[in-house]
Design a protein around this ligand. Structure first.
Ligand SMILES: NC(=O)c1ccc[n+]([C@@H]2O[C@H](COP(=O)([O-])OP(=O)(O)OC[C@H]3O[C@@H](n4cnc5c(N)ncnc54)[C@H](OP(=O)(O)O)[C@@H]3O)[C@@H](O)[C@H]2O)c1
Length: 285
């Protein structure tokens, strides 16, 4: 039986892990929220892990408001960077492995080739920079760290593109959607199951690995597929990024190459359209 502590247990990924937990009886999950475990408090982190030993920590806690981070860089840094150091230090001290979740936004997106784990990083917004700094801290302070970089996460939980689109489809007759940012959506349930598979695999490999669903799309393609699956009568218009200015810049191309994680853990990753259909079905039932 592996004992696994999950931070950010009420976030999208945290709730997705709760959802799949019963399929993994070999794992005892303990879910924490900011109330039990505020990762930005070193005292809180140290005390919590003195009282709760475990085999793995899955750090799903993060500051994820990409645009807001531009005006709150210190808060983003405390959660995405400083706090990761506290967790990495403490997990190393208690002999526990760390699975830390990161993002495709560590890349600048200037090259239209799927990004490998070895490709040079160059974050172009505050969120991406703080997440990149957190990766460095995790790897430096706990050598038994696996960083999983993921992208465009959605689920039935929390706020995400799929839920926003489904809400707007009910409110608007027509929507403009960006068509020149390319990436791959990630169903949080698929990512949660992949993380659990890694935990039970018994051949944990530290380092950095990418995970998203297979295939690629633009936000416009993603919205079109949501529209098709929900039979929404809305009209969708493709627009360039330049027509929709946001406080944070986003990478134009951030497709992740998943060869490493598939090879290391024998994972079969579903195509994004298949997973989207399954999640929308779950949302509608
Ligand atoms: N969402 C995406 O599209 C996306 C894309 C790429 C990578 N990622 C990464 O994937 C991971 C999971 O993302 P997500 O979508 O599940 O994020 P999320 O839904 O925003 O959840 C983040 C969680 O972190 C918690 N948290 C914030 N500050 C905390 C603190 N000081 N102590 C403890 N918990 C704290 C939040 O708690 P409250 O609810 O109480 O605020 C929330 O439950 C993150 O590392 C994120 O960077 C996400």
């Amino acid at each position: 039986m592996k004992k696994v502590i999950v931070t950010g247990g009420n976030g999208q990924l945290g709730q997705a892990i709760r959802q799949i937990a019963s399929h993994f009886p070999q794992i005892e999950f303990i879910f924490t929220t900011q109330i039990d475990l505020n990762i930005t408090s070193k005292e809180n982190v140290d005390t919590f892990f003195n009282l709760n030993q475990c085999d793995y920590v899955i750090n799903c806690a993060a500051y994820t408001a990409v645009d807001k981070a531009e005006s709150e860089p210190e808060i983003a840094q405390r959660i995405n960077d400083d706090a990761v150091q506290f967790i990495a230090q403490k997990t190393k001290e208690i002999g526990c492995k760390l699975i830390h979740i990161s993002t495709d936004y560590v890349f600048d997106g200037l090259q239209a080739i799927p990004r490998t784990e070895e490709d040079p990083t160059n974050p172009i917004n505050v969120y991406g920079l703080t997440k990149f700094q957190g990766e460095l801290k995790a790897l430096a302070y706990n050598p038994n760290t696996l960083i999983i970089r993921t992208s465009w996460v959605y689920s039935r939980y929390g706020n995400n593109f799929v839920k926003t689109m489904m809400r707007l489809f009910n409110e608007k007759e027509s929507l403009d959607i960006i068509d020149d940012q390319i990436g791959s959506p990630t169903n949080a349930i698929d990512l949660a199951a992949a993380i659990a598979d890694i935990v039970i695999s018994d051949h944990f490999q530290p380092g950095i690995m990418n995970y998203s669903n297979e295939g690629q799309c633009s936000w416009f393609d993603f919205a079109q597929e949501i529209k098709r699956l929900t039979n929404a009568p809305v009209q969708l218009n493709p627009i360039p990024t330049t027509a929709y200015p946001t406080p944070a810049k986003r990478p134009a191309y951030s497709l992740l190459n998943k060869s490493k994680i598939k090879q290391a853990y024998g994972l079969k990753i579903p195509d994004w359209k298949t997973s989207l259909a399954a999640e929308i079905k779950a949302m509608q039932s």
